[in-house]
Write a protein that binds this ligand. Structure first.
Ligand code: SF4
Ligand code: SF4
Length: 319
């Protein structure tokens, strides 16, 4: 990991020009189709979205993966399980010996014809990273939709029974993001609250809790604008800027590939159409992991969402 001393040029008030280190994770966003329409969604996903990864694109991504030594594959969406290529992407990545993480919204387990999912996750040996923005019903339903809490709790119980979460040997991590325009509280303390409350109320067990800040893009920025809160939220992110987060930002060692094969420094840049390229967007199969090392990362005002307070990434807080 490079030291902050390598951050030479500043392109905004605080965020320096970041550069890439060796690639450890390929994050595959299979598209924007989802069974939910959450208020904070940085993808703008929902049942009406038609952008989904085709079989040919999935095949080219898997060929690229096979030719690389990238250790981890992180599959996201939308609801990635609803993409027809989901099973193939997981099975082929695992057959190549790669560590696979699935970003699961939990309610997808209740979608028609999806009852095979828990055993599939277990048999493939994937890690699950599941969204649950609170242990209280009202807060979850306010952000993710009426009835989502009940379905999420039911899905977590099924996953526990399938061997995910302690004392089972399969990893079940949860993701918290704030309900509203505040920064996440300290991750460890909140994890203890989740463990106590989910255990006491529902007997649910999990491994770790990741806290993630709401990013000021897509559906969440529309929500901020509609409520006249965009400036105050951006002010909060800016004044909470923490340079200690810079060495651990996920864009340093992750590449994000979209449903059409275009690559980005992260899933947030993907949603802002900030593609890697020289004049035209670059496809994953037009580059190689070693060519990405040292390449400058495209940053913008939204990057304050990753660098505020304890920092934020797909793996939780940073500092
Ligand atoms: S936050 Fe996740 S579950 Fe909610 S709409 Fe977006 S992709 Fe779907
Ligand atoms: S949004 Fe976050 S992960 Fe993406 S480029 Fe900015 S700092 Fe890096």
């Amino acid at each position: 990991m490079a030291s902050p001393a390598t951050f030479s040029l500043r392109i905004s008030e605080d965020i320096p020009l970041l550069d890439r280190t060796a690639l450890s994770t390929l994050q595959i966003n299979v598209g924007k189709y989802c069974n939910q329409t959450c208020e904070h969604c940085h993808v703008g996903a929902g049942p009406h979205r038609t952008e989904i990864m085709a079989a040919k694109t999935a095949g080219r991504i898997l060929d690229w993966l096979a030719a690389s030594e990238v250790e981890s594959v992180d599959i996201t969406g939308g609801a990635p399980e609803l993409n027809p290529e989901f099973r193939r992407l997981v099975e082929a990545s695992r057959a190549l010996g790669r560590h696979v993480m699935i970003r699961c919204n939990l309610t997808v387990l209740h979608e028609p014809g999806m009852d095979w999912l828990p055993e599939f996750y277990r048999d493939q040996g994937v890690d699950l990273i599941c969204s649950l923005p609170c242990y209280l019903e009202d807060n979850v339903n306010a952000q993710r939709g009426e009835g989502v809490y009940e379905k999420s709790i039911s899905a977590l119980k099924t996953l526990n029974e399938t061997g995910f979460g302690p004392p089972g040997n399969m990893t079940l991590n949860l993701v918290y993001n704030p309900v509203g325009t505040v920064l996440p509280p300290p991750q460890k303390a909140l994890e203890e609250d989740y463990r106590r409350e989910l255990g006491r109320r529902h007997g649910i067990r999990f491994n770790e809790l990741f806290t993630i800040a709401n990013m000021p893009i897509s559906r969440f920025v529309s929500y901020l604008k509609a409520n006249g809160q965009k400036e105050s939220y951006m002010g909060l992110l800016r004044t909470s800027y923490n340079p200690e987060t810079l060495p651990s930002l996920m864009c340093r060692d992750l590449i994000s590939v979209g449903w059409d094969g275009t690559i980005y420094d992260c899933d947030f840049n993907q949603m802002l159409d900030m593609a890697l390229g020289n004049g035209k967007p670059l496809k994953l199969w037009d580059t190689a992991p070693e060519k990405l090392i040292g390449r400058g990362i495209l940053t913008g005002e939204h990057c304050y969402g990753c660098t505020a307070g304890a920092g934020s990434s797909c793996g939780g807080s940073l500092a």
